[in-house]
Design a protein around this ligand. Structure first.
Ligand SMILES: [Zn+2]
Length: 188
């Protein structure tokens, strides 16, 4: 499976890679795009992500170094419930979507989850997983490993598979984390 990157971008003026796309080029990109989820679809994915987090709050038994009693998932759920789904379009001036980026959010601050068009071409379950990762940045900040751990834990508590691996999989030793959680869950 192709490894997909989900980038988190620091909110600093230096890290803004501004990519201006001409209107003509933007229109062509939009016309060429296969049918994608629209904003309504993105909100349905958000609702699915909230269901997954609710289930995780009820049944997660693995604190994974986070605060016990699933407080972190409760915080995550309430942040995501208030979050706006924003679809980044090719003609937007401040663009972070590229061939390696599915979505992004700003750590701690803001309530916006920015979804790239290529994310919205995925099945809704994958979009929900991506949304969980991005909204995890609202509670763990820029730490990609912790955001991915929360994403993995949530998906392991859902009835859905962990469908895509992000670009931090190896660096954050996520497979090992997943195996530890699996063992722990099967012993319960
Ligand atoms: Zn991230």
């Amino acid at each position: 499976m192709r490894i997909l990157l989900i980038f988190f971008l620091l909110l600093s003026s230096q890290s803004f890679a501004v990519d201006f796309v001409s209107e003509k080029k933007a229109l062509k990109l939009l016309q060429d795009a296969p049918k994608t989820l629209d904003l309504q679809g993105a909100r349905e994915a958000q609702a699915l992500a909230l269901d997954i987090l609710k289930k995780t709050i009820e049944q997660n038994t693995w604190s994974a170094g986070f605060i016990a009693d699933n407080a972190i998932f409760k915080r995550l759920h309430s942040r995501l419930a208030k979050a706006n789904m924003i679809i980044e379009l090719p003609h937007d001036k401040l663009r972070f979507c590229d061939e390696n980026t599915m979505a992004y959010a700003f750590g701690h601050i803001g309530n916006n989850v920015y979804l790239c068009l290529r994310a919205l071409k995925q099945p809704i379950e994958i979009v929900a997983q991506i949304i969980i990762h991005e909204s995890a940045h609202f509670v763990v900040g820029t730490n990609e490993c912790r955001a991915t751990n929360l994403e993995v834990l949530a998906m392991m508590n859902s009835d859905l598979p962990y469908a895509i691996k992000n670009g931090y999989w190896d660096r954050c030793k996520i497979l090992r984390f997943q195996q530890r959680v699996s063992r722990y869950m099967s012993e319960k």
